[in-house]
Design a protein around this ligand. Structure first.
Ligand code: FAD
Length: 305
């Protein structure tokens, strides 16, 4: 039987659902780390595990190989990320069909960053899918896929305003998106204010919070500066001076993420997407705090004489 996590919140007992995001490995060492992380997290029975697609489609083969191996060797349901950039519709449709043939039934549809990198001007590929909503519609046309998309509680950096960005989310939903996963954030109030505005705009799909356990503050801050996510001063203060103290950093990272998800649960949220960075330990510990458990091994049976 699949394990179900329960956590007592101020609002009663609620079942917890989680999903985990991985990136395709580049080297045999990274591959070993990824697979030991998948093995450790799999018994928590995530709803799905997603595998990212490198900028500019650079990991097309590796994303496919990772997703195919998940299907062949684990009971997990994979979701393959796919972007609109650097390929025309025929090529992207070919990728979608190859996922279907491999048994993939869930795609995370994204526009992707401009080929010149975040911060430069996005230009649709000639003959390609222009915006994410077009890709979502294309995926739905080709197969009965579940489609997840992104959402930005602090606004996508290129959007003129948060309302314009929520309009863009609405267009993705109107084209068939089933779920949105947020960019990571650290201030839960930001997420709840965003949720209110999204619901007021008539969007009713789940807006699943993306949780980034901060394993490396400098790296996370650098990533945040490119994605429009803010790093609160209190967070910087907690990691301040710990550059050479890995152990304390890990303990603080676990405490920060645990505090964040427990507050979300207390405020009624029961679904979480974890950016694992291909590392299991922190995420495994946080899931335990949420009440998720691997099923107990069956008791050995006595053999009749
Ligand atoms: P979109 O929602 O498509 O929005 C991009 C911009 O265009 C926004 O400013 C939006 O307001 C605007 N916009 C959207 N639709 C319209 C429209 N119809 N008309 C006019 N304007 C519109 N990147 C990768 O390369 N590979 C990955 O695997 C990957 N996975 C990700 C997973 C998650 C959960 C998240 C949050 C991001 C991920 N990214 C990934 C990053 C993402 O590709 C970049 O943030 C990219 O700049 C935007 O793509 P998007 O689909 O997130 O944004």
């Amino acid at each position: 039987m699949a394990p179900v996590g329960f956590r007592l919140s101020r609002q009663g007992t609620c079942p917890i659902k989680v999903s985990f995001e991985f990136f395709p490995p580049k080297t045999p060492e990274m591959e070993a780390t990824l697979w030991s992380s998948i093995e450790r997290l799999a018994p928590l029975s995530p709803q799905f595990v997603s595998v990212t697609y490198g900028a500019g489609g650079s990991t097309r083969e590796r994303t496919h190989a990772t997703v195919a191996r998940i299907i062949q060797e684990t009971p997990l349901k994979p979701a393959a990320h796919l972007t609109c950039v650097a390929a025309d519709r025929t090529e992207i449709d070919g990728v979608i069909r190859s996922y279907w043939e491999a048994g993939v039934r869930h795609i995370v549809a994204l526009r992707g960053d401009p080929v010149e990198g975040p911060g430069s001007v996005y230009r649709p590929h000639p003959g390609g899918y222009e915006q994410t909503c077009d890709l979502v519609a294309g995926i739905k046309r080709l197969g009965d896929f579940e489609v997840s998309v992104s959402a930005y509680p602090e606004k996508h950096p290129e959007a003129a305003s948060l309302d314009a960005d929520i309009d863009a989310l609405k267009s993705k939903v109107d084209c068939g998106a089933d779920r949105a996963i947020t960019q990571f954030f650290f201030d839960n109030d930001v997420y709840f204010r965003y949720l209110d505005r999204v619901r007021a705009r008539g969007i009713s799909i789940p807006i699943v919070p993306g949780i980034l356990p901060v394993q490396n503050f400098r790296q996370a801050a650098n990533f945040a500066s490119k994605t429009g996510a803010s790093m609160p001063d209190w967070l910087a203060a907690r990691f301040d001076g710990l550059e050479n103290d890995v152990e304390t950093r890990r303990l603080i990272a676990a405490a920060v993420a645990a505090e964040q998800v427990i507050d979300l649960v207390d405020r009624g949220i029961s679904e979480f997407h974890f950016y694992t960075m291909n590392r299991a330990d922190l995420v495994y510990a946080i899931c335990r705090l949420l009440g998720l458990r691997a099923p107990a091994a069956p008791e050995p049976q006595m053999v009749a004489a």
